[in-house]
Design a protein around this ligand. Sequence first.
Ligand code: AMP
Length: 582
Amino acid sequence: MDYDIIRKSLDIKAGSNMPDYEQAVADFSWRHAKSLLHGFADGKLNIAYEAVERHVKSGCGQKIALRWITKNGDVCDYTYADLSSLSSRFANVLDRLDINKGERVYTLLGRVPELYITALGALKAGCVFCPMFSAFGPEPVQARMKIGGAAVLITTKALYKRKMVSIRAELHELREVLIVDDSESEGSRDFHGLMDATSDQFETVAMDPEDMALLHFTSGTTGMPKGVVHVHEAVVAHNITGRLALDLQPEDIYWCTADPGWVTGTSYGIIAPLTNGVMLIVDEAEFDVARWYKNLSEQGVTVWYTAPTAIRMLMKSGSELPAEHNLSKLRFMASVGEPLNPEAVEWGNEIFGMPFHDNWWQTETGGIMIANYASMDVKPGSMGKPLPGITAGIVEKIDGGVREVSEPLTIGELALKPGWPSMMRAYLDEEARYQKCFVDNWYLTGDLAVRDSDGYFWFVGRDDDVIKSSGHLIGPFEVESALMEHEAVTEVGVIGIPNETAGQIVKAFVALQSGYVPNEDLRLELLGHARKRLGPAVAPKEIVFRKNLPKTRSGKIMRRLLKARELGLPEGDISTLESDEK
Ligand code: AMP
């Protein structure tokens, strides 16, 4: 493969994409970021064109775009030209089924090629792509399909039977169900049969930058999930943040371990890598320590984007396995989704010879907003600095408005100046809820954080998770990190529980490494360890052991659920909950 062609076409120079952070911030403009894309006449564009077609047009169609590793370990490659013709076929299928521009195309699939083909084909045709986790049960599936007005669903025979049959009659807007592993039957059609019967040529629909492209769902603390709307213009941010925060280069073999049912798996598991012309690894199987090290070494992964829960599980499994693998190709590792403990960053240095680079963003921001960059010193435990083009601040609430706090290390709400391309454009049909996020020209993230005097941001907790004890504001992450340092601990969730004298006291739920027995001695040892590390005002007053903690499918510890269960309150929306032990 002649990488110079693709480098030239994407305007990517040799060496690091961002050798100097301060310089990049000074030079950055969104207009320039947009100019790196192909686009169409009159300012129109289409995410799928930028992800696939432009590479084919510039003569790089034979480059491998996606390497799929099946559950049983077989490998199947798709070039950019393959993705182009398959997504064109799917766009033609939608056309044939009379699914029109703007209509919502849903998937309920594992990590199989059809998911990626559907995403690209739907976008090409101007439809809205909405991926759902294949592990959702019928209720969360129904809620998401109803809220978004699903017109067509692509799924498997087994998932259809288990999750759709009982709810289908309720979904009045759903016109078509396509099954990827079955022939046509009552109420559904054969995905591949339709694909084979259509042309592999399709002219990508030129979209207005503000046309809706992606619909992701995020859980509210109560009530129904919120449908977060992203538009085609978001690709400007996906592309540039992939370069600046993940340092993606055309030679890279890139593995994003997130499922596309979660926003990371779409923004950085499909769009950013493809717009940057990299080779993407997709593993159909679920997390498995041995398999992951094998993937990293056998596939020669160079850039790896994963999450703290997975990193902690790898840490727990020790250093023998990684020593048996050749991991020398790896050059950049990043993490997102949850606070990354300093120990995990250090462990990266020890095992892989490089730190994990934590970065921060949310479904609503559509792309990475704060990150530790390849060319910058990582401060373990910090989320890093704002992306060029992003203004982040710490604000406090005053008189119905907010004010930025300038004093370093003051806890406040993390806020961003609106206006970047991948910012959500709406919560579907919930205008008031959407408007509430914006105060005094800041977008309020709902997270508490501090900024240090070097401009690095440090996560404190979700606004709802922060504990106020005897006048102290305590971030659960600080307490969790201290407990995580203890060798017996594998996972911790910390919450505040009401207390007459202190207002709230800190309570920790701890899961232990295998080989450790939950007993009173260990409990006292952990309490002592936390007191030594944090001091009595911040250390937990109570520690209880759990086999495992309630987590979302994307690996976030659900502190609000620990709290609801502790206090006997309603559990709220638990559609993203992975099975756990109460
Ligand atoms: P979601 O919209 O499901 O991706 O969740 C976004 C939330 O995850 C953020 O508002 C944070 O509370 C949390 N989060 C994401 N990345 C990080 C990070 N690097 N450190 C701490 N919390 C994070």
